[in-house]
Design a binder for this molecule. Structure first.
Ligand code: GLN
Length: 535
């Protein structure tokens, strides 16, 4: 595609201002104006990808169709734009350095000193332009992780500085997201942190074209004039981003503020159509006007951290909206669920989800939750580890296979109903070595999953090393826990169901990765429907 335009989003003053949401909202508006858009995240940490990070450090690890383990911001990119992302949409400093160092060893720079400028910055620029070179996008939005002034972000800022001049004034622009705090004692909004943050950016040779200002109160004309004066930004390009009730309001707020218009103007583009968010606003109306509520228990071991289950929470919210109910999520720590207290803790829930996870912390609590859902006929969705726990619970309590387990938790279990995948046995390195990304699954027609999906062939995203042990296939399925979905090539069990239960489904894959605002995931939709019926 000729002349791809590039938008860079940097952050100032504070972290957690929501660069990802602003980038996704702008992308949504540009997409609705008729442009093909994608968003990329550059992360300044040295891990090659977030796959080896504890969710406490960095929230959920998101997985793309092509099996990249990526930053959580890609959740919003896909949710908002309804188009898949890939490895190219998330680059870390680790990956940049790894590429440059590998090239150095191969002799690609023979005779030269390898340096941050130009070698690291060249590699960064290459990664930014890569998406443009696919020819699939007219506009690429690149979000620079971290906050301006961080040592780690410097090579990225320098790369953007170089690119802006290489690409030309109307082909690239910089949006700086900043905070305008309200001092309650003085009853005043303060511009000084933004002035400093823009100064910091300018010290690196980069001046913002647009300021998006996060604020708890409306920015009055005086504040905008002051920001324009001190930050070298036109007043029309100072965009207020006031706190919203839900992230789904932000595209509408940005439309009202005219962010899309300012951007198109500066890039010398004309909107191909007016950016009406019809389907989006239909969803938003339902999201904000539920006619009923459902109570869902989310059993996991990182429940104190919202971001650890970001995609599951969003999928539930979306499925709730389309079912016209508000989903009240009750995070329940699996380590705190014992045989004795499980009834007390789970009573009153209309549905139970057992979350994905790794390692043995809280495992018995998850098994207790599955047993409660199975015996009390409460709709149950087990995701990845949650599905594996459903198999273990069934083996122990229905088939009486004492101490049945996954070899992940107990290598010496007498009944390894969940076992390591054959091709994982030889894997020694941890990074990027799981069964990742999209794999096919064939669904049996006589099943609840088929009812939910309405088709036999599906493809879902994965992230696991262990699987249902097919040595127990006959024993377990004959006793009533049916394998209703399998991988057509390998026979790996993908879906397990209890037909004599109102709704009991365990899936080896992660349906939450594919739910979007416009296309909520069929399994979540059907699960919520079953939870409403269970009320
Ligand atoms: N720990 C399990 C496995 O590796 C489940 C992984 C998950 O829940 N994502 O198979």
């Amino acid at each position: 595609m000729p002349n791809t335009k590039y938008i860079f989003v940097t952050g100032g003053v504070s972290s957690s201002l929501g660069k990802g949401i602003i980038a996704a909202s702008l992308a949504k508006l540009l997409q609705s104006s008729g442009f093909s858009v994608t968003i990329q995240k550059l992360d300044p940490y040295i891990n090659i990808d977030p796959g080896t990070l504890n969710p406490y450090e960095h929230g959920e690890c998101y997985v793309t169709n092509d099996g990249a383990e990526t930053d959580l911001d890609l959740v919003h990119y896909e949710r908002f734009l309804n188009i898949p992302t890939s490895q190219a949409n998330n680059v870390t400093t680790g990956r940049i350095y790894q590429t440059v160092i590998n090239k150095e060893r191969k002799g690609d720079y023979l005779g030269k000193t390898v340096q941050i400028i130009p070698h690291i910055t060249d590699e960064i620029k290459k990664r930014i332009k890569l998406l443009g070179e696919t020819g699939d996008y007219e506009i690429i939005i690149t979000e620079i992780g971290g906050t301006v002034g961080d040592i780690e972000s410097l090579p990225y800022i320098e790369s953007v500085r170089q690119l802006r001049w290489e690409l030309g004034q109307t082909n690239a622009l910089v949006i700086h997201l900043t905070l305008v705090p309200y001092l309650a004692a003085a009853k005043e909004l303060k511009t000084k942190p933004t002035q400093h943050s823009v100064k910091e950016l300018m010290q690196s040779g980069l001046s913002p074209d647009i300021l998006v200002c996060r604020t708890e109160h409306h920015l009055n004309d005086g504040i905008k004039t002051k920001l324009a004066l001190f930050c070298n930004v036109e007043k029309e390009a100072i965009i207020e981003s006031i706190d919203a009730k839900t992230i789904y309001d932000v595209p509408n707020l940005m439309l009202k503020e005219g962010l899309d218009k300012v951007v198109l103007n500066k890039l010398e583009l004309t909107a191909k159509k007016s950016p009406e968010l019809v389907a989006w606003n239909e969803f938003l109306y339902k999201f904000k006007n539920p006619v009923d509520t459902v109570e869902i228990g989310l059993i996991g071991k990182y429940v104190e951290l919202q971001d650890a289950y970001k995609s599951i929470l969003e999928s539930l919210g979306q499925a709730g909206a389309y079912n016209e109910v508000k989903v009240n999520i009750h995070p329940i720590h699996s380590a705190e669920l014992s045989k004795e207290n499980v009834e007390n803790k789970l009573e009153g829930l209309n549905g139970i989800i057992v979350a994905p996870g790794f390692g043995d912390r809280g495992i018995e609590g998850k098994i207790n939750a599955v047993k409660y859902a199975r015996e009390n006929k409460i709709p149950f969705l087990g995701i990845c580890l949650g599905m594996q726990m459903a198999v273990i619970e069934f083996a122990r309590n229905v088939l009486h296979l004492k101490n049945a387990n996954s070899t992940e938790m107990d290598n010496d279990t007498p009944y390894p109903v969940i076992d390591i995948m054959e091709d994982q046995k030889k894997v020694t390195e941890k990074g990027g070595t799981m069964r990742l990304g999209s794999w096919d699954c064939k669904i049996q027609k006589e099943s609840k999953s088929y009812m939910a999906y309405g088709k036999e062939s599906i493809s879902e995203r994965h992230r696991h090393r262990y699987e249902f042990n097919n040595n127990y296939f006959d024993q377990i399925t004959k006793a009533g826990l049916k394998a209703t979905g399998v991988n057509p090539d390998t026979g790996l069990v993908e879906i397990m169901e209890l037909p004599d239960h109102p709704w009991f489904i365990g899936v080896q894959f992660h349906p939450e990765y594919k739910s979007t605002v416009i296309d909520p995931h069929p399994l979540f939709l059907d699960f919520i429907k079953a939870c409403i019926l269970n009320k």
